[in-house]
Design a protein around this ligand. Structure first.
Ligand code: TRP
Length: 383
């Protein structure tokens, strides 16, 4: 285990208490500044998505240049993905809600990658192939239900899209040495060779539209900061293959319902998140039992106020469920000042969460009908 101030963040391991600012400096990425948010606001119009406006997306690579290009008539596409190891929880949706916002505001194309191969290779719990494939389809339907446009949304479902991916993966893989993946991901001689190759497949969608169209099309990848190591590899080789370096927008990891410390231990974590297949009474119970920043007694809380920064319920308001910046400011102020007690705060949040689950179920039933049609199965050309 790392020491008190140490942490490890790779796509295959997140350990210790993460100091996000230090991580950003170590990775050598830029901060999302108020000026950058203002620029986004100017270009896209409307309110920014909560996770962007409220600091969850805190780091980037080359976003200003991509936005300037867009403003001068060079459209880009967005790309994000999911390793299907089980049901999605609400925080998994953040990166896709951001992509959907870009698509809706700017009319851009979206490419989704479902890595049922990666999760089979990387599974610590021994997931079966049937399971990663089945979760892949379930997860894809949940993602599409966020409101993606069927005409401009495409999916690489790795095990089923290999014919579409492979001609480009061949070129990408030649640029990646074993010593690179060993250093970047911490692989050892006992790592299976599927994972050693896998990073090539995660790079391919970043270049695929440029390859398909035969002209450079810039790419923006919203992702958790733990995925940055893959895309450093993509960026290092991009120009040598004649493609633009993908721009990135990185989020912090959202703390679970049981409080941050629980995230780093193993064991049953199903109470730590709101899964999209949880029935309403389970959602209710999880929120009621969630870790908060409240005081030991009501009297103390009224007098001293509570601490939103450590509260998992506040994290849900912040990332997704406060419908406006004004509502979010209200909740935060009520919490800090002791006028909004935890029980009432949870009731208000639950109203929104239940409403989201209801509308998601309807959208999901519709998306299930067209999910298969987004899956790409053919390369744009044979070689
Ligand atoms: N490796 C990611 C995971 O384990 C899945 C993924 C594939 C991804 N392509 C991506 C995530 C692009 C973000 C952006 O979940």
């Amino acid at each position: 285990m790392p020491g008190k101030d140490e942490f490890v963040v790779t796509p295959y391991e997140v350990k210790g208490r993460i100091d996000y600012e230090r991580l950003r400096e170590e990775f050598g990425t830029q901060s999302v500044t108020p000026e950058l948010l203002a620029k986004l606001h100017h270009i896209a119009g409307g309110e920014l998505p909560p996770a962007l406006a409220r600091g969850i997306y805190y780091s980037h690579r080359d976003l200003p240049a991509l936005l300037d290009g867009y403003a001068h008539g060079t459209p880009f596409f967005v790309y994000s993905g999911r390793g299907p190891s089980g049901p999605l929880h609400t925080s998994h949706l953040l990166q896709f809600q951001l992509c959907q916002w870009f698509q809706r505001r700017l009319g851009v194309a979206m490419y989704i990658q479902i890595t049922d191969d990666e999760k089979f290779w990387a599974s610590k719990t021994g997931l079966a192939r049937e399971e990663t494939a089945q979760w892949g389809l379930e997860n894809l339907i949940d993602i599409l239900a966020l409101g993606f446009d069927p005409k401009r949304t495409h999916t690489f479902f790795d095990s089923r899209s290999i014919a579409a991916l492979y001609p480009l993966a061949i070129r990408v893989a030649r640029k990646v040495s074993f010593s690179t993946v060993k250093a970047v991901f911490g692989f050892t001689p006992s790592t299976n060779i599927g994972l050693v190759f896998y990073t090539a497949l995660q790079t391919v969608p970043a270049f695929w539209p440029s390859w398909a169209e035969g002209r450079p099309i810039p790419c923006l990848i919203p992702c958790g900061i733990d995925q940055d190591p893959h895309f450093r590899i993509s960026r290092d080789m991009a120009e040598s293959l004649g493609y633009p370096k993908p721009a990135l927008l990185h989020s912090q990891m959202v703390p679970g319902l049981l409080g941050e410390s629980v995230m780093s231990t193993t064991g049953d974590r199903s109470d730590n998140a709101l899964f999209l297949n949880d029935p309403p009474e389970v959602v209710e119970r999880k929120v009621r039992n969630a870790f908060t920043g409240g005081r030991a007694t009501v009297e103390e809380q009224r007098r001293l106020g509570a601490t939103p920064e450590i509260c998992s319920v506040w994290a849900l308001w912040r990332t997704q469920f406060a419908e406006s910046d004004a509502k979010f400011a209200d909740v935060t102020k009520g919490c800090r000042s002791g006028t909004l007690l935890c029980g009432e705060c949870k009731s208000q949040l639950l109203e929104r969460v239940h409403a989201f689950y209801r509308s998601h179920a309807l959208a999901r039933a519709k998306a299930a009908e067209w999910a298969e049609s987004t899956i790409l199965t053919q390369a744009p050309r044979p070689i």
